[in-house]
Design a protein around this ligand. Structure first.
Ligand code: NAP
Ligand code: HSE
Length: 440
């Protein structure tokens, strides 16, 4: 068998870079049978050369100078695993202009520059692959672009951040404190260099913007995705959710009726009988609904060294096959529609509201009146535990317009008997899985 040798360079040797190095080495023998080519790592770019050399026991491959890569004609694939916008963007653009194919896990950059980079790749007949940028190991981009291309998709949603899912799992199942769970997620290599991006929902926001753009063939920028993280959730919320037969997950949601797109990231109460409720630790899950496929779900590790490397190296194999067959640049940007984004006030959801009030007769009825006056239909309203002279009231609404719900919350906040609005959390609704079992 004739084996085509393909030179590759890694930009970055951190969690995912080292994982990619290990997986590429482990595949040396089998890759030629799978692709007709063999990837050979020629250079690895880092800032700290000594640290990197110690990781792989080979100083010769390591450089801190990008010119060593861009000027090396034997390097045909550049694998960008540094993260952040710059210098990643400059290096990727330079690689594409030099006719080098690019594989990246960089969701920040893809979310901000997807269209421009895809166009540049097309101009240079190069592949630009980014499967690892969304949901780590789980194949999501390739199915959306290829296997499910025959559908009009109406929904892509799910758990797309491993760090927050890990934290919420540890808090709800082991009673772990938020900070302890975050430190553990960081130690395990799940969290971003600055974990604010994970816990404030920005990492999930970028992933939602990428998958929504591909699913609905219309550009969804990360500014279009209204984003809420998990930092405002308290142990009380998690406990109340449990009592109601629900668990709290950070959900990325993108929905389209073909005329407009709704996209947001927010913590949600998920009924325990829904498959997403049992997606724990660093696992991610993505649901897709289409007119031909009906429902499909993808599940797997959403972060971590080897799981993420699995997706990166899968892309490298794809590029290698294309090189062998002389057919790079087959799939370019597919955003040919220009659909508007639905303003968040016009999005309909069910809500969980927890209010701390003075423990007085009539407070409950008063609150019910506010909802009725603003056409916010209530499914349940329950008085919870007393703490001194205050008590918690928990309300579950029916599906209501967000703008109306917000007005109701503002009115309740102004009542003299209201001590504090403790939390407002969306409740996931789906015809098959209702939260009706959620009795106190
Ligand atoms: P990381 O552990 O922080 O590693 C970053 C690597 O890039 C380090 O080797 C660093 O080198 C190098 N680097 C950073 N800036 C550089 C620069 N200006 N010049 C040269 N080298 C530079 O990051 P990671 O967790 O592996 O993440 C990498 C990418 O994968 C990010 O885009 C991330 O969002 C994405 N991703 C991560 C995961 C995950 O589970 N971690 C999953 C999916 C996607 P020095 O150490 O020498 O500074
Ligand atoms: N920090 C990200 C997560 C890594 O926790 O999901 C994968 O993109």
């Amino acid at each position: 068998m004739e084996i085509r040798k393909i030179g590759v360079a890694l930009l970055g040797l951190g969690t995912v870079g080292l994982g990619t190095y290990k997986v590429l080495m482990a595949q040396q023998e089998e890759m030629p049978y799978k692709t007709g080519a063999q990837a050979q790592i020629r250079r690895i770019l880092v800032r700290n050369k000594e640290k990197a050399a110690a990781k792989i026991g080979n100083a010769e491959l390591i450089t801190d100078c990008f010119d060593d890569i861009i000027n090396d004609d034997s390097i045909e694939i550049v694998i960008e695993l540094m993260g952040g916008i710059e210098p990643a963007r400059t290096y990727i653009e330079a690689a594409l202009r030099a006719g080098k194919h690019v594989v990246t896990a960089n969701k920040d950059l893809i979310a901000s520059d997807h269209g421009k980079l895809m166009d540049l790749a097309k101009e240079n007949q190069c592949d630009l692959m980014f499967e690892a940028a969304v949901a780590g190991a789980i194949p999501v981009i390739t199915p959306l672009k290829q296997s499910l291309a025959a559908n009009h998709l109406s929904e892509v949603m799910g758990i797309v951040n491993g760090t927050t899912n890990f934290i919420l799992t540890k808090m709800s199942q082991e009673g772990m404190e938020f900070d302890e769970a975050l430190a553990l997620a960081t130690e395990l290599g799940y969290a971003e260099a600055d974990p604010t991006a994970d816990i404030e929902g920005l990492d999930a926001c970028r992933k939602v913007s990428i998958i929504a753009s591909i699913a609905f063939n219309s550009r969804v920028s990360f500014d279009d995705v209204v984003t809420e993280g998990i930092t405002k959730l308290s142990a009380h919320d998690i406990r109340y959710a449990k009592e109601m037969g629900c668990t709290i997950k950070l959900i990325g949601m993108a929905h389209s009726d073909g005329k407009a797109i709704e996209a947001y990231v927010a913590p949600m109460l998920i009924p325990e009988n829904h498959p997403l409720a049992s997606v724990n630790d660093s696992y991610n899950a993505v649901f897709v609904r289409g007119d031909a496929v009906d429902d499909a779900m993808f599940l797997g590790r959403g972060a971590g060294e080897l799981p993420t490397a699995s997706a990166v190296v899968g892309d490298v194999f794809d590029v290698a096959r294309n090189i062998v067959h002389g057919c790079n640049g087959r799939i370019s940007c597919t955003c040919f529609k220009h659909l508007p984004i639905v303003p968040m006030d016009d999005v309909y959801s069910k809500y969980f509201l927890r209010v701390e009030v003075e423990d007085k007769i009539g407070v409950l009825a008063d609150m019910a009146d506010v909802f009725a006056g603003l056409q916010v239909s209530v499914e349940q309203i329950i008085q919870k535990r007393k703490r001194g002279d205050s008590t918690d009231i928990v309300v579950i609404t029916d599906k209501v317009r967000e703008g109306d719900f917000k007005k109701a919350v503002q009115c309740i906040a102004k009542k003299p008997t209201t001590r504090a609005i403790r939390s407002t959390i969306r409740v996931y609704t789906c015809l098959l899985y209702t939260s009706d079992a959620a009795d106190d």
